[in-house]
Write a protein that binds this ligand. Structure first.
Ligand code: 5GP
Ligand code: ZN
Length: 113
């Protein structure tokens, strides 16, 4: 998708620090980390948001969630972590390409709104 930051990162047109990659997803360090560990899991295919998931493409979510425990362990998140998906305007999504935040490395604030 043209003019999509995360598509450009996937295609290496914009540099990023990749900490995981396979055929379907990449995981990169967030540019402005909100916790000691802040990683973004990004499907290589352009799906605008979680609101665009259905039976035909939602298997990517299971794939992301199957990789997260491995990456979390490699990053030393033995005490837990938080996975966040911001969806749409009210959900605070700023990049319109589906992604999941992995946050950890400290005791996170319990507030979510
Ligand atoms: P959202 O608010 O859409 O859920 O999250 C977008 C995230 O992408 C933000 O945490 C923001 O810091 C991160 N981000 C935006 N542009 C870039 C970039 O060019 N590189 C990296 N590594 N992260 C980015
Ligand atoms: Zn995209």
């Amino acid at each position: 998708m043209e003019n999509c930051i995360f598509c450009k990162i996937v295609n290496r047109e914009i540099p990023s620090t990749r900490i995981y990659e396979d055929r379907r997803i990449i995981a990169i360090k967030d540019l402005s980390p909100q916790a000691p560990v802040h990683v973004l899991f990004i499907p290589k295919d352009h799906i605008p948001s979680a609101d665009n998931l259905d039976e035909s493409n939602s298997d990517i979510v299971a794939h992301v969630f199957s990789v997260i425990p491995r990456v979390a362990a490699e990053l030393g998140l033995r005490n837990g972590y938080r996975i966040i998906n911001n969806c749409g305007e009210d959900g605070g999504q700023t990049v319109k390409h589906l992604h999941f935040h992995l946050l950890g490395g400290k005791k996170l604030d319990e507030k979510i709104v």
